[in-house]
Design a binder for this molecule. Structure first.
Ligand code: AMP
Ligand code: AMP
Length: 356
């Protein structure tokens, strides 16, 4: 497959490479960045999102589909290849399309690692073997001996997550969410039970540059989640009386800078994750990845997730985050950083090392 993708890439007119993605998640970031680096853009979207990308003026070519899965159709792939498209994967690819292995269109980044990211156990293995600190996991509700957070497989933006303190509490709250139709019985059986780390969530958007041979910290953000970030807006008495269960549906993201003394560990951890990625799938991480953490009152950083692609939170870094500005001395954000890497890749004849 890789040979075929490289063959398709070599058929591209290098002067006319276009950058494309699915119209959702972080498409504004990706497409704007591509245009700022001088590329024409291709946006694959449904009718209902079309006007978003048109009104922001970031899509030079629009391929309208009824369903994102059509990206895998022969005709759509042919069209993308005709346009010399390099696709930039984001969170919607996992959520709406599934495996990227059926795509012949060149994709920026390491597809094998993106596949790893979709399985929680594999993410865990990656982070643990890289030497990072993780929250403890429990294999059954019977083992719960402290505060836990309950999650489900797949990327669902935190929908239906809840906190429990013991076995009975787990079943009581799970039952309540099932009755409210927020989760299903199967979700309860496949639940992933994790130590709840009391602290604050902090998300690090890194970029591994093949051209520069280094890890770059592009932006930091935190999530804004409903209803957990809204609960403190009502008094504790009402929270108890109404039996409110905190949930974690992501609504948006907020930019952040961290205490500078934390940076040495954060950068070291990013580097370790990169180093271990080479053992999972050569040549390792290419381009954007995100480490998702909770930092507690002692400054301990617990990593609970990795995304092997651009994350939506990196959009807070447009036009520059404090970190990307210090690093580049100009406006730089994840979408633009990706496009810059592709542009230099074309100039230095290194594009084949970034496409999988
Ligand atoms: P959407 O286009 O909003 O349906 O999102 C596509 C996928 O990306 C879904 O799995 C969402 O849960 C996830 N997603 C979208 N925006 C964010 C965000 N700001 N933070 C984390 N995940 C997100
Ligand atoms: P996730 O779907 O794993 O990205 O988690 C969604 C949200 O749940 C995060 O943004 C955090 O607010 C919260 N969260 C996840 N894992 C933990 C944990 N182990 N301890 C505390 N909060 C967590």
């Amino acid at each position: 497959m890789r040979d075929e993708i490289l063959r398709i890439l070599s058929s591209y007119d290098q002067e006319e490479v276009r950058i494309g993605t699915i119209g959702s998640h972080s498409a504004l970031n990706i497409l704007k960045g591509a245009k700022e680096e001088g590329f024409e853009t291709v946006c694959i979207c449904r009718e209902r999102e079309r006007f978003v990308y048109e009104s922001f003026g970031v899509a030079d070519h629009i391929i309208q589909v009824d369903d994102y899965r059509e990206l895998l159709d022969e005709a759509i792939q042919r069209k993308l290849i005709e346009l010399n498209t390099v696709l930039i994967p984001h969170g919607s690819y996992n959520a709406y399309i599934g495996s990227l292995y059926n795509l012949k269109v060149p994709v920026f980044g390491n597809r094998v690692l993106m596949e790893w990211e979709t399985v929680r156990e594999k993410q865990r293995e990656w982070l643990e073997r890289a030497g990072l600190k993780l929250p403890r996991t429990y294999s059954s509700p019977d083992e719960i001996d402290g505060l836990v957070i309950v999650k489900y497989p797949g990327a669902r933006g935190g929908k239906g997550y809840f906190i429990a303190r013991d076995r009975d509490d787990f079943y009581r709250k799970a039952g309540k969410l099932v009755r409210r139709g927020i989760i299903s019985e199967e979700d309860v059986d496949s639940a992933h039970i994790q130590q709840y780390v009391l602290g604050v969530p902090v998300y690090f958007s890194f970029f591994y540059s093949v051209v520069n041979g280094r890890i770059e910290l592009i932006a930091i953000d935190r999530r804004y989640e409903s209803n957990v970030d809204g609960i403190s807006r009502i008094p504790a008495e009402e929270q108890l009386e109404a039996g409110i269960i905190p949930t974690y549906t992501v609504v948006g993201n907020i930019p952040l800078v961290v205490r500078e003394s934390l940076l040495s560990r954060i950068l070291r951890d990013g580097q370790r994750v990169y180093e271990y990625s080479k053992r999972i799938a050569e040549p390792g991480m290419v381009g954007p990845f995100c480490l998702e953490s909770i930092i507690d009152e002692n400054g301990e950083i617990y990593y609970f997730e990795i995304s092997a692609r651009i994350v939506a939170g990196s959009t807070v870094g447009i036009p520059a985050s404090p970190y990307s500005y210090v690093l580049f001395g100009e406006n730089m954000y994840m979408g633009r950083r990706i496009a810059r890497e592709i542009r230099i890749g074309i100039e230095k004849d290194m594009l084949g090392e970034m496409i999988f």
